[in-house]
Structure formats: structure tokens, C-alpha cells
Design a binder for this molecule. Structure first.
Ligand SMILES: NC(=O)c1ccc[n+]([C@@H]2O[C@H](COP(=O)([O-])OP(=O)(O)OC[C@H]3O[C@@H](n4cnc5c(N)ncnc54)[C@H](O)[C@@H]3O)[C@@H](O)[C@H]2O)c1
Length: 397
């Protein structure tokens, strides 16, 4: 039987939306039929560039359109859960950007709404959909490094393209440093990013849950804070979390994430996000978002697999240029395309997403544990985070 085409409406037409739109354009099973943004000029331009016929400035009106089967939510973080609840109640499937919520209770309300209304809910956690990470997971599942025991993540300044920027970002992105709208209190950058780190930490540890988190807080130390990643206005951070450590459910497993980039004035030769997974028979080093300078015998690689007593294997994932993230790494845009295609698959085949609402809530809970740890100076168990805890309440004077 030929499946009917999935009609999608997208809301929030900033940076992330551009990458999602590529995903719908590349899958004949779906079509972007409507877009919505409070900035009407932006919405009209976005629609005209992609041949989208319907333009809305009200999300509620778009949800009332019976032609639409699914929505793609790429608005600022504070709107994610509410918009998911509204969509579920209108009977629309949801693909929603991360961080999925600002508290566990906010996120679980959206999970419940999706369940009660029988719609699919995929959280766009790009770090579990980029090809380099998926390949790393495949190699770990195949036993190439034995039992994975330790994860070491690092975050340096992004590798940026030098050949001009092919997109325009919205003029007002202050929500990213606003304590409440970002969800992160005074740790807005960490809040926006740590969900990625915890998702990766569990994905590459074969889904072992993170159990306890300890975060080191720091101040800028007099160095220039620079401008952070090129597209982000994170210039005002007074405090910083440069190091997070964690233990998994099984305490034989542990992980660490470390940051050195222009945001806090520290230099790191490795660019962007990279992860080392240590096993009892080998190790994998892999590049993620904006990553660069993973060298093996002088050659740039995207994934290097070292195995005890066997040859080292190297992998590259040359999936085309990246004109959205300003990064020379070529597969980050493809991660967004992969997650959108997975969303379409879940609906077409009526299967459960491999990264759903509860996963998105759990990553937020780990992130809140990290912020509580930075504030209190002690390790915090993930299950100590209460349903209504938020980073902005915790950080308010
Ligand atoms: N997965 C990733 O790699 C990735 C990358 C970038 C951003 N993100 C996430 O995507 C989300 C959006 O980030 P961004 O950088 O694209 O933001 P942005 O500021 O570039 O764009 C947000 C857009 O939403 C619109 N908007 C705001 N309120 C609205 C409303 N009520 N109704 C309709 N439109 C509204 C704004 O006008 C703007 O065009 C964030 O949660 C961010 O964390 C994820």
C-alpha cells in the first residue's frame, strides 16, 4: 500500500530550522507544507526560498490547519514543552529541538500529552544522530574495544569556515543568555550544550544511565572571554563550568567532559567536540560537532579505532559541505537530516523513536544535576533532582 505523504509544519525559523528543512526536502515521504515564525518577514523569506505554500505568524493557527500531520519545533528552549503539549493535543506528531524542557515536570507533561494523544515524539538530539557517533556506537556494539569503561569528552573552539556565511540569523537571540528563556540560569551555555554531552555519554556507553554528577565551577580568570561559537552571543558568562565528571549506574564506568575555548579564554589545539571511549581491549576517538585536528600518522581523521594487538583503523565521513554550522566538519548538518529522517521513519512504520521525550527529559535532569553540583560544590545524584527544580530558580539571589 502506498503511504500518504506526511505534511509537516515547522515553527521557529532560525538557525536549527534551516538544517531540519534539508531533512524534509531530502525525503519523498514528507513535505514541508507550512512554516510559522513571529517574525513575519523571516517566515515569508524562509517559505519563498523553499517553495512552502503556507505562512503563519501564530502557532495556534498553524495547529488548527487540518492538512498538517506533524510539527517540527525549532523555537527557543522555553517554548519547547508547551508547544509539544499543544501539538499533541491537536493530534500532530512532534519533532522537537533540545534541550527539551527546563524542568523534569515540564518535560514529563509533554511526554504524557504525546502518549495520551497517540502521537510520535522525537527529540532532536543531534549528537546521537551524527554519522561519526553512530559509527562509534556500531564499532562498540561489535565488541571492537571490548567492554567500554570510560568516556573522555573535550570541547575546544569550533573549526570555522573562512569562506563567508551563507545564512542570516535572527536579530534577537537574547533568549540564549536569558536565565529563564534559555532555562539555564547563569549557566546558559552549559544548559544549552550539556544535554548533548550526557546524551553522547550514555549513547557511547551502550545506554548505561549516568547516575551521579560532579561539576567544577570556575570564573573567567582575567582572560578574554571572546565571543564563544561564532553564531552564539555568549559573551556575558561570569561563571563557567569547565569540567564535569560523572559515574554511571555501574560504578566501574565513569566519564569526564572538559572545555577549553574562546568563551573562557583557554586554548586547545583540538577543535570542537571530540570523545574518547576507552574499553578493556581498545579505544575509539571520534569527532563530533565542529571538531577538527584528530590526526593519525599526520592525516586528518574523523574516527580512529585502536585495538590491542591489531592494526589501527581510521574512518572519514565526507558527507558534503556544511554551510549551516560554519564548521569545516562536513557531517554535522547531516546529523540533523538523519534525525528528521528517523522521525519520518517512526511515523511511517509506527515504531518507537530511538531518542524520544523521556530521553530528552533525562538529559535535562543530568544537566540540572551538573548545575546543582556547581552551585553546591558536591556530587549530585541524578535522582536527587526534583520534578520542579530549575536552573534559574537555583541561581536566583
Ligand atoms: N541540535 C542542534 O545542534 C542545535 C543547534 C542549534 C540550535 N538548537 C536548538 O534549537 C532551538 C532554536 O535555536 P536557534 O539557534 O535555531 O534559535 P534562533 O534564535 O536562531 O531562532 C529561533 C526562531 O524562533 C522564532 N520564535 C520565537 N518565538 C516564537 C513563537 N512564539 N512562535 C513562532 N516563532 C517563534 C524566532 O523569531 C526565531 O526566528 C534551541 O532550543 C537550540 O538549543 C539545536
Amino acid at each position: 500500500m502506498v503511504q500518504p505523504r506526511l505534511n509537516v509544519g515547522m515553527v521557529g525559523l532560525g538557525l536549527a530550522a534551516r538544517a531540519h528543512a534539508e531533512g524534509y526536502a531530502g525525503d519523498p515521504r514528507a513535505e514541508l507544507v507550512a512554516v510559522c515564525d513571529v517574525d513575519e518577514e523571516r517566515a515569508q523569506r524562509f517559505a519563498a526560498e523553499r517553495g512552502v505554500s503556507k505562512v503563519y505568524t501564530s502557532y495556534e493557527e498553524m495547529l488548527g490547519d487540518p492538512v498538517i500531520d506533524a510539527v517540527d519545533i525549532a523555537t527557543p528552549t522555553f517554548l519547547h514543552s508547551t508547544m509539544t503539549v499543544q501539538a499533541a493535543r491537536a493530534g500532530k506528531h512532534v519533532h522537537c529541538e533540545k534541550p527539551f524542557c527546563r524542568s523534569v515536570s515540564e518535560g514529563m507533561e509533554a511526554v504524557t500529552a504525546a502518549r495520551e494523544n497517540g502521537v510520535k515524539l522525537v527529540v532532536g538530539e543531534t549528537y546521537v544522530f551524527i554519522t561519526s557517533h553512530m559509527k562509534a556506537r556500531e564499532l562498540i556494539e561489535a565488541g571492537e574495544i571490548g567492554q567500554p569503561l570510560q568516556i573522555r569528552q573535550r570541547h575546544g573552539a569550533w573549526m570555522e569556515r573562512q569562506d563567508g556565511i551563507a545564512y542570516s540569523i535572527p536579530p534577537d537571540r537574547n533568549w540564549r543568555i536569558d536565565p529563564v528563556r534559555s532555562g539555564g540560569g547563569k549557566y546558559a551555555w552549559i544548559y544549552d550544550h550539556a544535554v548533548h554531552f550526557f546524551a553522547t555519554a550514555e549513547y557511547l556507553m551502550l545506554d548505561l544511565p549516568v547516575d551521579e554528577v560532579y561539576a567544577v565551577a570556575s570564573v573567567a580568570g582575567g582572560q578574554s572571554k571572546g565571543t564563544g561559537a561564532a553564531h552564539d552571543p555568549y559573551t556575558t558568562a561570569e561563571v563557567d563550568i569547565p569540567i564535569i565528571t560523572w559515574r554511571y549506574d555501574d560504578p566501574a564506568h565513569q566519564g569526564v567532559w572538559m572545555r577549553a575555548e574562546r568563551l573562557n579564554g583557554k586554548y586547545d589545539f583540538m577543535r570542537g567536540f571530540s570523545t574518547i571511549v576507552i574499553g578493556d581491549k581498545g579505544m575509539i576517538e571520534v569527532l563530533g560537532e565542529g571538531g577538527d585536528n584528530l590526526l593519525w600518522q599526520g592525516e586528518q581523521q574523523h574516527l580512529v579505532l585502536h585495538r590491542e594487538g591489531r592494526d589501527t583503523l581510521c574512518f572519514r565521513f565526507d558527507e558534503g559541505g556544511d554551510d549551516i554550522w560554519q564548521s569545516d566538519i562536513c557531517y554535522y548538518s547531516q546529523g540533523h537530516v538523519n534525525q528528521v529522517h528517523h522521525f519520518i521513519d517512526c511515523i511511517a512504520t509506527d515504531t518507537e523513536p530511538r531518542y524520544g521525550g523521556e530521553d530528552g527529559v533525562h538529559a535535562v535532569q543530568c544537566t540540572l544535576a551538573a548545575i546543582q553540583s556547581a552551585q553546591s560544590g558536591r556530587p549530585v545524584r541524578v535522582d536527587e533532582v526534583q520534578p520542579y527544580d530549575t536552573a534559574y530558580d537555583l541561581c536566583s539571589p
